[in-house]
Design a protein around this ligand. Sequence first.
Ligand code: PEP
Length: 243
Amino acid sequence: MPRKIAAGNWKMNGMKSSLSELRILEDKHGDADIAILICPPFTLISACEDTPFDIGGQDCHTAEAGAHTGDISAEMLADAGASYVLTGHSERRTDHGETDALVAAKSQAAYNAGLIAVICIGETLEEREAGQTLDVIDRQLSGSVPQSADALTTVIAYEPVWAIGTGKVPTTEQIAQVHAHIRTRLQSRFDDGAEFSLLYGGSVKGSNAADIFAVPNVDGALVGGASLKAADFSPIIAALESV
Ligand code: PEP
């Protein structure tokens, strides 16, 4: 069975004072038997080490070390206490021009450092309206997911770009269609394709989480805005725990 994962992406948000939110979450979900993954900004990774949660970076460089001012390597993330890293988030693809090939190289760097890569894929609104969603998914899956991937090292997050931070959510039928497609593609490419955790991401909230988690092949969520406050993230975690 794929592992259930409730993942929070704090993006460029969070100060030391934000760690109090994790203490509230720990009181409520410290013994959860699903994975709870927090991806804070790099500056807070070490400070999260004493929480019971899995910790992830939001990006990594392809190289182990070197002259790359401002960048962070996968080894550094692991050294700071991370066990996961997001790769290919649409904000990185858009803001930093990250290509599928670069995302694959970053994901391979993550594996080399012993990290699990959460590889993000998803179509823009224009692509959806042009009927290209599944083509985009195919292109990103084949270009961004290294051939060395397996279900222990890789999580796929389907995040339609138009749903991220917008309050717009695809219908459960649309999510089901894309997740089933991703599952089929993974199964045809990887021996353990049935075991990869597939997360949905894009405006997940306490009020829609249960419906989304009831969709076949949805094994959890990657949550942005609603992961910043324990009061918002906790109902999402609770919904996943009760599936
Ligand atoms: C994200 O940042 O990956 C995300 C899904 O954001 P939000 O939940 O705010 O839409």
